[in-house]
Design a protein around this ligand. Structure first.
Ligand SMILES: Cc1cc2nc3c(=O)[nH]c(=O)nc-3n(C[C@H](O)[C@H](O)[C@H](O)COP(=O)(O)O)c2cc1C
Length: 385
């Protein structure tokens, strides 16, 4: 892969990304926890389902619009929260993804751990945005984020619940990656092999923590103080009471991200969440869980037709999105599928990734005989025995 033009699918973008960012950053994005069984399963899970096309339908025009978390979206997928985007794109960090999402009329999710502040992200592009939050120990800090997100115009809150401690990401241990990147003995050579990236990183204040200006500033030589300060932010004893409290405080569309069973989806519904995001954090946290796509049918059966179900994990093709919708999901959110574009080419790379998925999804709809998103249903899917 030489440039974005030569990338004709999302896997090609990963190959180009490998040439653009230092190996530790590439592995940080692509890697998963432990033996990466869940990471692999997330994508493979889609192969357990086959698309059943409906013959001779009028698909002369197709309509891909739908609603996600109270927002109109041009496509039934959007950008998921991915922190530290300044590592993948030092120049623009999160602004690249937010601007690209806006061009496609789809929502962008800003992570708590963005390098740019939630206000900067909100101001950089017009389309709807969601704010992803972790449960923070410091109640004042949590309330402050909540207020800031409301004031900055975020339309929905996404509470991530699967990250009480970090996953065991062995690729990072091997590469010597620290977050944010620092020049360790192991990683220095890798960073020097990508001089353009290194120059941009050094010039861009890529290590800044947009939403927590009080955290210690990090130099490339030492990130330890920063890591310690960050780990203190998380609340370790969170329960459904915290989720309920946060839903009440937000008073708007609210999704719980990291639900991995029908029983927890029901609890989320009872707690007042508008949506569940079936997610195992892209296989980066607990290894050995099912693939989110494998849970959609049972979760839909449990929560009924009204509650929104969003699927993330392993989505690399427009046909993956189609399968998720046919199984009962309302939408999908994109992690690595868009981050690969971000690493490969910044904003232009994200636009390229979204364009590939849009084209694939539209082609899939036509070939499957669906002229609108709400026509996609169980009759279009069968499980491979
Ligand atoms: C580089 C990277 C950073 C991420 N950062 C966050 C984050 O800050 N908050 C969060 O809720 N999820 C985060 N995630 C998880 C994604 O939101 C999403 O659940 C996951 O990537 C979906 O799997 P996929 O990458 O296979 O599509 C991150 C994922 C990646 C790859």
């Amino acid at each position: 892969m030489r440039n974005l033009k030569s990338c004709i699918n999302i896997d090609d973008l990963a190959r180009l990304a490998a040439k653009k960012v230092p190996a530790p950053v590439y592995d940080y994005v692509e890697g998963g926890a432990d033996d990466e069984v869940t990471l692999i399963r997330n994508s493979q899970g889609f192969q357990s389902y086959q698309i059943v096309p409906k013959a001779l339908q009028d698909v002369s025009t197709i309509q891909t619009r739908t609603r996600i978390l109270g927002c109109q979206t041009a496509l039934p997928f959007y950008i998921s929260a991915t922190g530290f985007s300044g590592m993948m794109c030092p120049k623009d960090a999160e602004l690249a993804g937010a601007r690209a999402a806006s061009r496609f009329g789809i929502p962008y999710t800003a992570s708590t751990f963005s390098n740019r502040s939630l206000e900067q992200i909100s101001n950089c592009a017009a389309s709807d945005k969601f704010f992803q939050v972790y449960v923070l120990d410091d109640e004042n800090l949590a309330l402050d984020l909540n207020l800031r997100a409301k004031q900055a115009g975020y339309k929905a809150m996404v509470l991530t619940i699967d990250t009480i401690v970090g996953g065991n990401r062995e690729r990072d241990a091997r590469s010597g990656l620290t977050i944010p990147p620092s020049l360790t003995l192991k990683s220095t050579l890798q960073y020097m092999l990508r001089p353009k990236w290194l120059m941009q990183y050094l010039l861009s204040d890529g290590a800044s923590m947009g939403n927590f200006p009080h955290l210690p500033k990090v130099s490339l030589g030492d990130s330890q103080a920063f890591v310690e300060a960050m780990s203190k932010l998380f609340k370790k004893d969170l329960t459904w009471n915290d989720a309920r409290r946060m839903i009440n405080e937000w008073q708007g569309p609210f999704a719980i991200k990291g639900i991995m069973s029908a029983s927890d989806a029901l609890k989320a519904k009872e707690a007042g969440a508008s949506a569940v995001i079936l997610s195992n954090h892209g296989g980066r946290q607990l290894d050995g869980t099912p693939a989110p796509i494998e849970l959609v049918e049972e979760v839909r059966a449990a929560v009924g037709p009204e509650m929104e179900i969003i699927v993330d994990g392993g989505i690399r093709r427009g046909t993956d999105v189609f399968k998720a919708l046919a199984l009962g999901a309302n939408a999908c959110s994109l992690g690595r599928a868009y981050v690969r574009g971000l690493s490969a080419g910044g904003e232009a790379g994200v636009i390229h990734a979204l364009n590939l998925l849009k084209t694939e999804f539209e082609r899939c709809m036509i070939l499957a005989g669906c002229s609108s998103v709400d026509q996609i249903g169980p009759e279009h899917i069968r499980k491979v025995c």
